[in-house]
Design a protein around this ligand. Structure first.
Ligand code: FUL
Length: 436
């Protein structure tokens, strides 16, 4: 879960000018435990705070500028939102991440290459040494059209980050660990590879959006995408905006989590310093809907059969692995299978055919790489899905609920033998439109 909170929260804007007075920052009831409660209730595992947005106002008492909480009335200048955020996250067992905007409209050194890069590095140093372990750092490529020219020393920043926090994940348009998905709608490409070629990438280059959206089957760098999207129209809280309807959130879930991505859902706290009740209600609905859809798997108990199986029945690569409920185990075909242009297939023969499903879940054994290029799903011999990549998780919504007995996942093209860790069949009662 992403938290955009800062000066903009108090000025009803999305991009502040950097000229705002520190006295405006004064959330009367700021409670990061309440934020974490919202995250936990939604099933999130990681929370990321915008520590400084483009307006340059810092949510921690940095020693490098006066434009921070230290000069605001909040907690009489003794508060530290970053500390409260990270402490509250850790107390709830959540991983914590930080967003630090490179574009800074307040800082007077901005535009002076050496001075600003040093300023930014010094702030990174504060953020990554004061608050214990941080699991993700978010580098935003955004910048206004008329922004002052500025060269960022990304390589140096990344090196510093890794020195200070060796196991952190660095997010940016170009990784190196997690990549932007190329849009802010929470929607990955219907073909989505975890791999890209880093040499093609450049932070802040809009012409790369399509490439980031689909990844690259020939990519040599493993940089899986993260889909950032806001629950509301804006990234920051605005009095007159409301949360997206459940149907839209579910659509986002299918197009992000269901397309091999991490979903980073932004929930902006309001000017009192709390996540609004209406947003919490929507988050609960969202979580409940996901639980409802995926807690029942109609593939459970099926008989399994595959085009081939590597090793004997005790090899650990049996077809049954896809329905054993364990993501660590997987089905592997023989190396020699699929050699005649037919691909590889696995079949589930359902015991209970009286239960309809309208969602098919397919998962690759992702620790062994991403291999599937093209696949089909057939129900009793009829093709109901034509798909491309699978990756960690592929969710297919069917046009209508089906009751079939034999479900075949047919991998038509892959980079080497496909390895499947799961196939699931689910019923989504919230589904109205037909937009597979
Ligand atoms: C964009 C920014 O300009 C938005 O304000 C927001 O922070 C979003 C996550 O990234 O590039």
């Amino acid at each position: 879960m992403f938290f955009h909170f800062g000066m903009n929260t108090f000025t009803n804007s999305e991009w502040g000018t950097g000229q705002e007075s520190q006295s405006l920052f004064n959330p009367a009831h700021l409670d990061t435990n309440q934020w974490m409660e919202a995250a936990v209730q939604t099933g999130a595992s990681l929370v990321i705070l915008v520590a400084k947005h483009h307006d340059g106002f810092c949510l921690w008492p940095t020693q490098y500028t006066d434009h921070s909480v230290k000069w605001s009335p909040w907690r009489e200048g003794k508060g530290d939102v970053v500390k409260e955020f990270v402490d509250a996250a850790k107390a709830r067992g959540l991983d914590a991440g930080i967003y630090l905007s490179p574009w800074d409209r307040h800082e007077r050194t901005y535009g002076h290459e050496v001075a600003y890069n040093e300023y930014y590095l010094a702030q990174l140093h504060e953020l990554l040494t004061r608050y214990g372990s941080i699991q993700e750092i978010w580098f935003d490529g955004a910048k206004g059209k008329n922004a002052t020219n500025m060269t960022y020393h990304f390589q140096e920043w990344f090196q510093t980050v890794k020195q200070l926090q060796p196991s952190i994940n660095i997010f940016s348009d170009a990784g190196p660990d997690i990549r932007w998905v190329g849009d802010e709608a929470g929607s990955a490409g219907s073909t989505c590879w975890s791999t890209v070629n880093r040499t093609h990438l450049k932070i802040g280059d809009a012409s790369l959006e399509k490439y980031l959206n689909t990844g690259d089957p020939h990519g040599t760098d493993w940089i899986p995408p993260e889909c950032d999207v806001s629950i509301r129209p804006g990234w920051f809280w605005h009095k007159n905006e409301t949360a997206k309807p459940l149907s839209q959130l579910l659509d986002i879930y299918y197009k992000s989590v269901g397309r091999n991505c991490v979903l980073l859902l932004n929930v902006p706290p309001n000017s009192t310093g709390l996540v609004s009740e209406a947003d919490i209600t929507r988050l609960k609905e969202f979580h409940h809907a996901i639980q409802t859809i995926f807690s029942t798997d109609m593939a459970t108990g099926s008989e399994t059969k595959a085009s081939s199986q590597r090793g004997g029945t005790t090899s650990g690569f049996t077809a049954f692995s896809v329905i054993d409920g364990n993501e660590e185990t997987y089905w592997a075909p023989k190396q020699t299978d699929g050699g005649h242009g037919q691909g590889y297939w696995i079949e589930l023969r359902r015991v209970d055919v009286n239960s309809a499903f309208n969602v098919v879940r397919i998962q690759e054994a992702i620790s062994m790489g991403q291999r599937i290029k093209r696949h089909q799903v057939l129900v009793d011999g009829i093709v109901v899905v034509n798909g491309t990549t699978v990756g960690h998780k592929r969710l297919h919504r069917l046009k209508w609920p089906v009751f079939g007995r034999v479900i075949r996942v047919w991998i038509k093209e892959s980079r080497g033998p496909p390895l499947l860790s799961a196939v699931g069949l689910h019923f989504d009662p919230f589904r109205k439109g037909i937009d597979a």
